[in-house]
Design a protein around this ligand. Structure first.
Ligand code: HEC
Length: 99
């Protein structure tokens, strides 16, 4: 229940923050929901490293490194392979907007 409330507040905040961008941001959030199991609701932890609120481009760069096998112990490398470039950019953009 608490999780759902936090998620709802997050959605309400991002909608209020930039309502004109809500449609653009939505695919990023939907994709990012794949990450919450390990990185916490909205990517803010607890769990593995928090991935929310980084500078724009940081998550994208990391995901590219994971895809190339240059980073991590294998979990993220395999996970990152499941995303296309535009999807990783959407993930990056949405996660960076979460403070
Ligand atoms: C099954 C668990 C799991 C899921 C799901 C998962 N991650 Fe991870 N993530 C990890 C682990 C474990 C690490 C630590 C690095 C490693 O071992 O590869 C990590 C590390 C990272 C890092 C590096 C953080 C840093 O500060 O160096 C980023 C960025 C990241 N994950 C992004 C994502 C994104 C984006 C998603 C969703 C698309 C996601 N992760 C989904 C387990 C997960």
């Amino acid at each position: 229940m608490k999780r759902i409330r936090i998620l709802f507040i997050g959605l309400a905040l991002s909608a209020g923050f930039a309502s004109s961008q809500a449609q653009v941001d939505q695919p990023g959030r939907l994709l990012a929901s794949n990450c919450f199991q390990c990185h916490g609701t909205n990517g803010k932890g607890p769990g593995f490293d928090a991935i929310a609120g980084k500078s724009v481009g940081e998550i994208y760069k990391k995901l590219k490194e994971f895809q190339a096998g240059k980073e991590g112990n294998g979990i993220m490398a395999k996970h990152a392979l499941g995303f296309t470039d535009p999807q990783m950019q959407a993930l990056d953009k949405w996660l960076a907007s979460q403070h």
